[in-house]
Design a protein around this ligand. Structure first.
Ligand SMILES: Cc1cc2nc3c(=O)[nH]c(=O)nc-3n(C[C@H](O)[C@H](O)[C@H](O)COP(=O)(O)O)c2cc1C
Length: 356
């Protein structure tokens, strides 16, 4: 059988040259949301390294949507130019640029990992919003429950962020609905205690996500894919389950979502997560097989053979990698050599492909 990891994947009008995706990774390196040289070099290296799709980090659709004051943003037109510089570079080196549009909900207004933990002091932070006025943990900010006007603002922010994403040269949007951020907070019964039509039943809890998909699709061209990252389980009694995820995936398939990026956890601090190699692959496989929709697998996928086996076993359609691609930006070039695939190297690096 041909090597799956280096087979192209067509999503709508777009072709990814291989199945390796740079998973979104917050860099906490922006001022006022602007992309800068760090982002160019960081993401650019991974394009030179051969990744098929490069997803920019969780990018805030409004200032209050940021996890930290240092997050990347796309809430004003001034952000477009810096982002476009990077998308142009990635495309020139054969990678498709994608953006993860994000709202951090009750996990906003916190410290970057290397600066502290939990809520930033009031003078650096902002009022956070959530489905219900319940903080993530005692060290996190106290959110206010979004009212109707607040929900309309979130929809407006995603709509505007989509327009800017298009102008910035992105070809893929991933809606961040995982890891305990706003959209996950809405669909998980652990964080949603609303009694209006955004709370209670399954249909009500997924409503905001569906409305955001509609808002994004209003301006996102039909030839470009739209992905959704979910947390397939809360790993907690009484929380969101894989069965809920399969049910959601069927709805998202009807909404013409192109792929579900299947992560887990993040909504409650006490969840017990059995972290280990490929620990989330089973969720990508179940969503793919039971909802009949393409999926991405993510989570401690670190070797070429492991990635190849996931695809060959039909457990997922894309392999998202985060930390291994930090360790080795050239992982795709190395993986190709390991799997016996003759990949084009960047011309500037051709002399390093072999020693002769
Ligand atoms: C530095 C870092 C930043 C991350 N930022 C994001 C993010 O912005 N959005 C997101 O959905 N996941 C984020 N994640 C999670 C990764 O995308 C990925 O799902 C997780 O690290 C598991 O994959 P891995 O084992 O290959 O690292 C981040 C992970 C790391 C290590």
């Amino acid at each position: 059988m041909a090597v799956q990891l280096f087979s192209p994947l067509r999503l709508r009008g777009l072709e990814l040259k291989n199945r390796i995706v740079v998973s979104p990774m917050c860099e906490y390196s922006s001022q006022d949301g602007f992309a800068n040289d760090w982002h160019l070099v960081h993401l650019g290296s991974r394009a030179v390294g051969g990744a098929g799709l490069i997803l920019f980090e969780a990018t805030a659709v409004s200032p209050e949507a940021r996890i930290t004051p240092d997050d990347l943003g796309i809430w004003k037109d001034e952000h477009i130019e810096g982002l476009r510089r990077i998308t142009s570079f990635l495309e020139a080196h054969g990678s498709v640029p994608g953006i993860q549009l994000a709202h951090a909900g009750r996990k906003a207004s916190t410290f970057s990992p290397w600066k502290g933990e939990g809520a930033v002091p009031a003078e650096q932070g902002w009022q956070t919003v959530a489905p219900s006025a319940v903080p993530f943990s005692p060290t996190y900010p106290q959110p206010v429950a979004l009212d109707q006007a607040g929900i309309q603002k979130v929809l407006h922010d995603f709509r505007e962020a989509t327009r800017r994403s298009l102008e910035a040269g992105f070809k893929v949007i991933e809606i961040h609905a995982a890891h305990g951020y706003l959209l996950h907070e809405f669909y998980s019964p652990l964080s949603n205690q609303r009694t209006d039509n955004y709370g209670g039943s399954f249909d009500n809890r997924i409503r905001l996500l569906l409305e955001i998909i509609d808002a994004v699709r209003e301006t996102w061209p039909a030839e470009y894919p739209l992905l959704v990252r979910i947390s397939a389980t809360d790993w907690t009694e009484g929380g969101w389950t894989i069965e809920d995820s399969v049910k959601l995936a069927k709805v998202l398939k009807d909404k013409q979502i192109d792929l579900i990026d299947t992560s887990t956890g993040g909504n409650v601090p006490q969840a017990q997560i059995p972290v280990g190699p490929g620990y989330q692959v089973e969720f990508a496989a179940r969503v793919k097989q039971e909802a009949n929709i393409p999926t991405g697998a993510v989570g401690i996928i670190t070797t070429a053979q492991q990635a190849e086996d996931i695809l060959a076993n039909n457990q997922a359609d894309l392999i998202l990698m985060a930390r291994e691609l930090l360790r080795d930006p050239y992982f795709p070039l190395h993986a190709a050599q390991e799997l016996g695939v003759d990949l084009e190297w960047p011309v500037q690096y051709q002399r390093a492909k072999r020693n002769k």
